[in-house]
Design a protein around this ligand. Structure first.
Ligand SMILES: Nc1ncnc2c1ncn2[C@@H]1O[C@H](COP(=O)(O)OP(=O)(O)O)[C@@H](O)[C@H]1O
Ligand SMILES: [Mg+2]
Length: 317
């Protein structure tokens, strides 16, 4: 029998808590991010995203619980963690009067990359973020999107295995956002684990293979994006039209225990099923058996953002 131990998760927190005075910013957060994930960390403002990422980045001590990055404890093994993570804070100062290469060279020196190797490293990361043409430019002269990509280049300089990016797309125009997302996909292909936070679920829905949603410092969902709707949406809505008597259709539908609501809206019926596991075939079945003729049956695709907003509505301080 093989005695191989499975690789540690990229990130694992257990009962992670943090308070600021009387404010409980994180309450027993259990989070697992697997190696190779492009992981979306979602929550409305004040949910605790920045607090979590700062703890993982060893900038902030937990008040309780543990957090590990690739098996290294962020408190006991902080130095090891710092070498394997690249942390991009939500706000970082840009050195407007510095040239792009000077800036990256400076951070390369901070990570003790030997000077002989630094020039190549800087060239490589600039290439990766699509800023090769701007190597001699002053940072202050770059667009917001380019500055954000430079921020990414900076966290890549020591070739970290895990990237912690705090709302890297916020404040970017759609085009600049797409450019950043494309870079993140490329980094995932290179084998890096990426955790990206956002307060907009739909912004990450096509990008990430897994997401976690937190609210008031607590985990409310963790898993694939497709699962969010199933787990968080209550009820399932179908739109129905019949060519037979509509009042008869309404009473047929209302008689079924798994159908919790039927509304006649200008000849179209809005039918609500008890839960997401209810099979929409129920609707067709009930009608056809009762002698009704179905001309339309369509599921209401509740937008992911709508689900998210409903779940988090009014929950932030
Ligand atoms: N330095 C701080 N001092 C006091 N309260 C803080 C501090 N930082 C964050 N908080 C509070 O902790 C909670 C979580 O904040 P934060 O982690 O920044 O959330 P997010 O990044 O999801 O917006 C909020 O209630 C916030 O007001
Ligand atoms: Mg934040």
């Amino acid at each position: 029998m093989s005695s191989e131990t499975p690789p540690p998760p990229a990130v694992e927190t257990a009962g992670l808590s943090r308070n600021y005075g009387d404010t409980l910013a994180l309450k027993h957060l259990d989070l697992t991010v697997n190696q190779g994930d492009l992981f979306g960390f979602i929550g409305s403002n004040g949910a605790g995203k920045t607090t979590t990422l700062r703890i993982l980045a060893t900038f902030l001590a937990p008040s309780g619980g543990t957090a590990k990055v690739l098996g290294h404890d962020v408190v006991r093994d902080a130095d090891a963690v710092r070498h394997i993570i690249g942390y991009m804070p939500d706000f970082f100062g840009v050195y407007k009067d510095m040239e792009v290469t000077e800036y990256l060279d400076f951070f390369g020196a901070c990570y003790k990359i030997p000077s002989a190797k630094r020039e190549q490293t800087v060239t490589d990361v600039l290439e990766l973020v699509g800023l090769s043409e701007k190597r001699g430019a002053l940072i202050g002269a770059l667009s917001r999107g380019m500055q954000q990509r430079l921020g990414l280049a900076r966290v890549l300089i020591h070739d970290p295995r895990v990237l912690l990016l705090d709302e890297p797309a916020s404040g970017l125009d759609p085009r600049a956002r797409i450019e950043v997302m494309a870079i993140l996909q490329e980094l995932q292909r290179m084998g890096k684990t990426i955790i990206i936070s956002s307060h907009i679920l739909s912004e990450l829905q096509t990008l990430c293979n897994r997401v976690a949603i937190i609210e008031k410092g607590q985990l409310i969902y963790s898993g694939p994006v497709q699962g969010v709707r199933d787990q968080l949406a209550t009820g399932r809505v179908m739109w129905v039209r019949v060519s037979t008597d509509i009042d008869q259709a309404v009473s047929l539908l209302k008689s079924h225990p798994q159908i919790t609501g039927v509304e006649n809206l200008d000849g179209r019926l809005k039918v609500t099923l008890a839960d997401h596991e209810s099979d929409h075939a129920i609707v067709a079945d009930v009608l056809v058996r009762g002698g009704g003729r179905l001309v339309e049956l369509r599921e209401d695709e509740l937008g992911l953002e709508e689900v998210f907003l409903r779940v988090t509505k009014g929950e932030t301080q």
